[in-house]
Design a protein around this ligand. Structure first.
Ligand SMILES: Cc1cc2nc3c(=O)[nH]c(=O)nc-3n(C[C@H](O)[C@H](O)[C@H](O)COP(=O)(O)O)c2cc1C
Length: 217
């Protein structure tokens, strides 16, 4: 009950669906000039801690980077990793070229400003990455990290904060580990820029039609 009104099951479902459908990869709309109250990050991490993990092992560790010099160092490393990738990949072609170009432009922008976002969150796991990249071990390893990461992003979203899951920086994960003093044996899985979102109009994205991706057996 909130101020005398009752939230119905339909309203509650609509709110959850809306949060899930409008948690976008926010890059250009990260507000670089507005600081983020640490309480909001703490609340979102509390929500994320409820995510599932294989064997209830809870291996996720979060490094919340707010120190300006450290953010700059992480940002510089991320940009180098991005430039290395960008120079090595072919120009987009075919039907999806326009969409790929848009995502790349947006990703390049993020690489330029990563050091200026008010908060960076590095998501780690205490486990070593599996030697075999397929099969149940790999599934358990990554599947124990990304649900919590997504929960964190959705919880940020409902608090007016934007984020973007990035993995390109993992090309330079040793340097990032050195900057942040990440314990040996932990594995980095993502770097998230976090900031207030400029504007409030976020909508659901266009995705492949369900008929293309769902098989009922
Ligand atoms: C596993 C994974 C890795 C990603 N890595 C990066 C990255 O390194 N840099 C980046 O700018 N975006 C990265 N993204 C964000 C995707 O580009 C984004 O989720 C996708 O374009 C869909 O965005 P939308 O939900 O706003 O439509 C990554 C997303 C996922 C799920």
């Amino acid at each position: 009950v909130i101020t005398g009104s009752v939230i119905t099951a339909d309203e509650s479902r609509a709110e959850v669906d809306n949060a899930l459908c409008t948690t976008r990869a926010i890059r250009r709309r990260l507000d670089l000039d507005r600081s983020v109250d640490h309480t909001l990050i703490h609340e979102a991490l509390t929500v994320a801690a409820q995510a599932p993990s294989g064997g209830a092992s809870e291996p996720v560790r979060w490094l919340v980077v707010t120190d300006a010099a450290t953010r700059l160092a992480v940002g510089r490393t991320y940009r180098e990793a991005y430039m290395e990738l960008d120079q090595s990949r072919a120009a987009p072609s075919g039907e999806s070229a326009g969409q790929v170009t848009r995502v790349r432009d947006s990703s390049r922008y993020l690489a330029e400003v990563m050091g200026r976002v008010p908060v960076q969150v590095v998501v780690c796991t205490t486990e070593a990455a599996p030697i075999c990249s397929t099969g149940p071990e790999a599934a358990k390893f990554y599947g124990s990290v990304y649900p919590a990461t997504w929960s964190f992003q959705v919880a940020l979203r409902t608090r007016g904060l934007g984020s973007c899951l990035t993995t390109i920086g993992l090309r330079r994960q040793d340097l990032i580990a050195e900057v942040l003093g990440i314990p040996a044996g932990w594995t980095q899985c993502a770097l998230l820029p976090v900031a207030h979102i400029v504007g409030s109009d976020l909508s659901a994205a266009r995705r492949r039609p369900l008929e293309q991706v769902v098989t009922w057996v």
